[in-house]
Design a protein around this ligand. Sequence first.
Ligand code: AMP
Length: 381
Amino acid sequence: MTTVGILGGGQLARMLALSGAPLGLRFLVLDSTADACAAQFVPSLQADYRDQPALAEFASRIDVATFDFENVPAESAQWLAERIPVFPSPRALAIAQDRLAEKSLFRELGIGTPDFVDIDSRDSLLAAIEKIGMPAILKTRRLGYDGKGQFRIKSQADIDAAWESLGSQASSVGLILEAFVPFQRELSVVAVRGKDGEFRAWPITENWHESGVLSASLAPATVDEALAAAAIANARRVAEALDYVGVFALELFVHEGRLLANEMAPRVHNSGHWTIEGAETSQFENHLRAVLGLPLGNTRSIGESCMLNWIGRLPSAEPILAEACGHWHDYGKTSRVGRKVGHATLRAGTRAELAEALVRVGDALERTGQVQPVLDRLSQG
Ligand code: AMP
């Protein structure tokens, strides 16, 4: 009997456990909060990620550890890795946790990125704005996610407010200034690499965000083959450079036909949730296969999928359940502003069928704003 330990007990851990059940796996989650949603049906420990006795107990009860959450302290990942196998490696985790380190890696690998500068003082911010120009985005290097820890600087008048808001974090989590990219599209490559170096990517996903949080994903994205191949080649280069094991996502902007890498997530990713119903093997199952050294599953898509995220509160499930191609995911969380509480995936045989289902769902749930960008893309073919 193999037990997989997961650091972090949110919806990603929950979906990992669901996909691991048919493989005969057992799970143990470690989470710092009392209401981790995976813990509703996965054995769990509640403790701070730096609590060594808890980490020791966790390590003693599992065969391999992985993450649902990339902000686990790098020292804790390292401590575990000295005792049990941990995938992805603490080094890959540490690089992906730090926007400066990951963007520097992209640059070294010849992957385009938005212009960026490390910021350690107000003076360095002023110098960076001189260099990069405006608009620009000041971001924390570590511990930012879903648009948190970011401040957009549109003009000189915003500089004081940006420094007021994030300056105090320059010495703790670090800061980076990035050029604002007026991108045409946001894409992600969700890919998996096995222990033997085998690499597979799912078809490219197009993503739409609201207030920095993923709102909708469409897969396979309607991008030309050369762009898709270049995006996947970038992801492969990153995975090989990090000797990465497991699933990860590379988020890319498309700007004037060029790909610019925004960030990588060293874990299964929200933009890959469609793979549960829309691909031969889901990102969750393939992540488990990778960390256990099992053969990787086929990543081809089955039909055309659109994933809609439910943020803050769940809408009524009925309009989704009423669709022949509708799949509902309730993470078992209480409602809270900005919180990811569930998602739905519509998986249809053709783009036309997907568009029809999206129109019905958008109308019934009064979420036409959420589905409209996807419909616009589908209508462009
Ligand atoms: P992040 O937390 O870096 O993934 O940012 C969340 C979202 O903010 C991204 O998905 C983009 O929609 C937007 N964003 C982040 N960085 C930039 C940038 N340099 N230029 C334009 N938009 C950005």
